[in-house]
Ligand binder design. Structure first.
Ligand code: HEM
Length: 487
């Protein structure tokens, strides 16, 4: 590889990058070797904190193209016309492992999409699963601690995991998905993505609908067998990074169909009445039979980042980033996430992380935040304060026409344990699996479950039984085959 002559970070040509400046051929080294000092100092500062979750990941740029008109649901400009294109950035990830962990771990996969729209960045920070383990963000740090390392042994701990899951029955739906074949996708191109939460859309008339976003892989679903996932963790731990990077470098651009489930307030109320399920409960899905998928567009990934650290490690996506024509929902988990991401990024990347090229909007922006570490002068000479203007003028951004959200109920801490149905949808997912995949599920669960105490096993088996008797029986048989007496 030929090398351009190097300079210091200040652009000064470096005379010698191989020999320190010494007093005589044997040293000692002189303090005035500024190049040596700068080189060592910067090296010592190369790492930033890894993401507290989703630390291992891969990123790529792409294009979102509208294929169907959804303007009756939203006035968001990125959907304004069929054929309209918006630049995107996607980061895929695993969840529980560290930055150097294997891509093939049994884990959900993050599927975070940024749309650089003309009205600011819209980040759809989702997973490859339509549901989640918990329904209240207050449990998130506890849940994640059980997925990370034991504080004493520094080992991953099936006991922590199944202790938590067995005492958190609402996790069963996603536990079923996690231990199915979908828990070990073959790279990132062969899996679907889901916004998971219920969000809302608002049209030009100020009418709100609730929606769930889906990204369907056009490459087809492909999963690794449990044995291959373990083998690859040793022989090619960066399997998913390699697969994504090479596909894009070779012009084999992966695509996903972007689709929507849509429901009005009244439809959700009727559905809740019929099913007993809270439509804003993240441990549940909206069945397609009740809310069919509506096509919206195509996402294609077609450009690899040039510098991983600058563009992927420092990427800072947040579910709070939505654009006019969109809204949140009363989902308790979503509410916690609206706070958590920007806060994490202020710590992980810094006060001015939104000024970095991968994070900065592609449209003009005029916020009045100023200064702080590493400010590159966003805002320039523009006025840096807000002042009230005459009624009727709207220079301060006073609302995007989102209709008021009716609330009911007093402020309180509502405990749904024992009152909500945590089993039917988990059972439905189990019953959908082909026979071989059911057997794989039993095996995949029995592996870690066979390593925990009788008490935890019995509590967890109780949940499988309630979802479907065949589910409990299958896991029992697999545990017995591993020498656990579970009658
Ligand atoms: C990353 C918090 C639930 C998907 C993160 C990060 C935090 C976090 C702090 C690191 C952000 C950063 O440093 O850039 C939470 C909390 C949750 C929650 C508090 C529950 C209340 C979820 C759910 C999903 C999800 C339900 C998927 C539907 C992701 C993804 C990333 C991430 C994909 C990685 C984003 C990227 O690639 O940069 N989460 N999370 N999280 N989370 Fe969550």
């Amino acid at each position: 590889m030929s090398q351009t002559p190097i300079t210091t970070a200040s652009g000064i040509p470096v005379a010698d990058n191989q020999n320190s400046l010494t007093a005589g051929p044997r040293g000692p080294v002189l303090l005035q070797d500024f190049h040596l000092i700068e080189k060592l100092q910067h090296f010592n500062r190369e790492r930033i904190p890894e993401r507290v979750v989703h630390a291992k990941g891969s990123g790529a740029y792409g294009t979102f193209t509208v294929t169907h008109d959804i303007s009756k649901f939203t006035k968001a400009k990125l959907f304004a016309a069929v054929g309209k294109q918006t630049e995107t950035f996607v980061r895929f990830s695993t969840v529980g492992g560290e930055r150097g962990s294997a891509d093939t771990e049994r884990d959900p996969r993050g599927f975070a999409v940024r749309f650089y729209t003309e009205e600011g960045n819209w980040d759809l920070v989702g997973n490859n699963t339509p549901m989640f383990f918990i329904k209240d963000g207050i449990k998130f740090p506890d849940f994640i601690h059980t997925q990370k390392r034991d504080p004493q042994t520094n080992l991953k701990s099936p006991t922590m995991m199944f202790d938590f899951w067995s005492k958190t029955p609402e996790s069963l739906h996603q536990v079923t998905m996690l231990f199915s074949d979908r828990g070990t996708p073959d790279g990132y191109r062969h899996m679907d993505g889901f916004g998971s939460h219920t969000f809302s859309l608002v049209n030009a008339a100020g009418e709100r609908v609730y929606v769930k976003w889906h990204l369907k892989t056009k490459q087809g679903i492909r999963n690794l067998s449990a044995a291959d996932a373990v083998r690859l963790a040793g022989s090619d731990p960066d399997h998913a990074q390699r697969d994504l990077y090479n596909a894009i470098a070779n012009g084999d651009f992966p695509q996903w169909e972007v689709k929507l489930q849509v429901a009005t307030d009244a439809q959700l109320a009727a559905w809740e009445q019929r099913t007993g399920w809270n439509p804003f409960d993240l441990t549940k899905v909206w069945p397609h039979a009740d809310f069919p998928l509506i096509p919206v567009g195509v996402l294609e990934l077609n450009r690899n980042p040039v510098n991983y650290h600058a563009e992927v490690e420092q990427a800072a996506l947040s579910p709070a980033n939505i654009v006019p024509g969109m809204g949140y929902s009363p989902d308790k988990m979503l509410q916690a996430r609206l706070f958590a991401y920007h806060d994490a990024q202020l710590y992980r990347v810094g006060t001015n992380h939104q000024q970095l090229p991968v994070n900065a909007p592609r449209c003009p922006f005029h916020h009045q935040q100023r200064d702080g570490a590493m400010a590159v002068g966003a805002g320039g000479a523009e006025q840096n304060y807000a002042a009230t203007e005459a009624a009727g003028s709207n220079p301060q951004g006073m609302g995007h026409g989102e209709p008021a959200l009716a609330l009911n109920g007093g402020a309180g801490r509502y405990d749904g344990r024992g009152k909500e149905d945590d089993y039917t949808q988990a059972g439905n997912l189990f019953r959908l699996l082909p026979e071989q995949e059911k057997l794989n599920l039993f095996e995949n669960i029995a592996g870690p479950l066979s390593q925990v105490s009788d008490e935890i096993i019995q509590r967890q088996l109780g949940h499988f039984d309630k979802a479907d008797a065949a589910y409990g029986a299958g896991v029992r048989a697999a545990l017995k085959a591993r020498g656990r007496n579970v009658d």
